[in-house]
Design a protein around this ligand. Structure first.
Ligand SMILES: NC(=O)c1ccc[n+]([C@@H]2O[C@H](COP(=O)([O-])OP(=O)(O)OC[C@H]3O[C@@H](n4cnc5c(N)ncnc54)[C@H](OP(=O)(O)O)[C@@H]3O)[C@@H](O)[C@H]2O)c1
Length: 247
């Protein structure tokens, strides 16, 4: 039976390259994001690479449209093998404005967007007694970052969800992988001027992500340089050092 994979945030960056990697394996791919024109371009490249694809122009903060589109995707011929809750945004907290809207937008997309993507698949995976779900967290999830705490907090929340969901659904052979990248080339990072040590290309990143998800790794921190040098510093640096390093 044809294998299917559902990817949110498939219009650019990590999600786009995940789609190409699965297209090369002959998968049917559900491509979800807001920018329909970009999704159509990604879909046509997926066909060229040997896969098939259907575009779902959706906003992950809209639970109704996520549920409807996921029901449609499940109903298509084939077996859903893996789901990627990848859509996400990052921006400063804008604490000094006194306005919570910037932070709330990030929390909504990065947290509620994940539950809206993952939960509609659970009854299906439970009935099938198998399924792999990957949630894209971040190495930033290991500390409340000074001016990006909505981002780091949202990524900590979804990593935490994965731990709980793994234990809740272990007996149904459903695995959750919290993927914690360091810096990966994408629309999110390529225009930023801040230092991005050990940054890797999008295609290398998705190869590593897919291998980890296939192995059902519960938490996957990569690349190895970020795991060894950046993650412990982010996690354990005393606050005076964090202020000095502006993290
Ligand atoms: N790149 C890195 O270094 C890095 C590191 C750690 C974690 N991450 C995480 O990796 C994930 C992918 O990011 P990326 O680096 O590939 O950045 P990107 O190129 O900016 O991709 C973000 C994707 O999310 C989609 N998206 C944003 N808001 C959405 C919404 N409300 N509804 C549906 N889709 C939405 C965007 O599509 P539309 O705009 O078309 O909706 C886009 O496809 C994110 O969760 C990010 O936090 C990235």
């Amino acid at each position: 039976m044809k294998k299917k994979v559902f990817i949110t945030g498939a219009s650019s960056g990590i999600g786009e390259f995940l789609a190409y990697a699965y297209a090369k394996k002959g998968y049917f791919i559900g491509l979800a994001a807001r920018r329909e024109d970009k999704l159509v371009q990604v879909a046509s490249k997926c066909f060229e690479l040997g896969g098939e694809a259907k575009c779902y122009s959706l906003d992950v903060t809209n639970s109704e449209s996520c549920k409807n589109d996921i029901e449609d995707f499940i109903s298509l011929p084939g077996d859903v093998d893996t789901v990627y809750a990848n859509a996400g945004v990052g921006a400063p907290d804008q604490l000094s404005t006194g306005d919570s809207s910037a932070m709330n937008k990030i929390l909504l997309i990065n947290i509620i967007g994940v539950t809206n993507t993952v939960l509609p698949f659970i009854p299906y995976f439970k009935a099938n007694k198998r399924g792999k779900i990957a949630v894209i967290s971040s190495i930033a999830s290991f500390r409340g970052l000074a001016h990006h705490s909505a981002y780091s907090g949202s990524k900590a929340a979804v990593r935490n969800f994965c731990q709980g969901w793994n234990n809740a659904l272990h007996k149904y052979n459903i695995s959750f992988s919290a993927i914690c990248p360091g810096f990966v080339s994408s629309e999110m990072t390529d225009n930023q001027k801040n230092p991005q040590p050990f940054k890797i290309s999008t295609s290398i990143a998705v190869d590593k992500i897919i291998r980890a998800v296939e192995k059902r790794k519960k938490v996957f921190i990569f690349p190895w340089q970020a795991k060894i040098f950046i993650m412990p510093m982010i996690k354990w640096a005393p606050n005076w050092l964090a202020r000095l390093l502006k993290i």
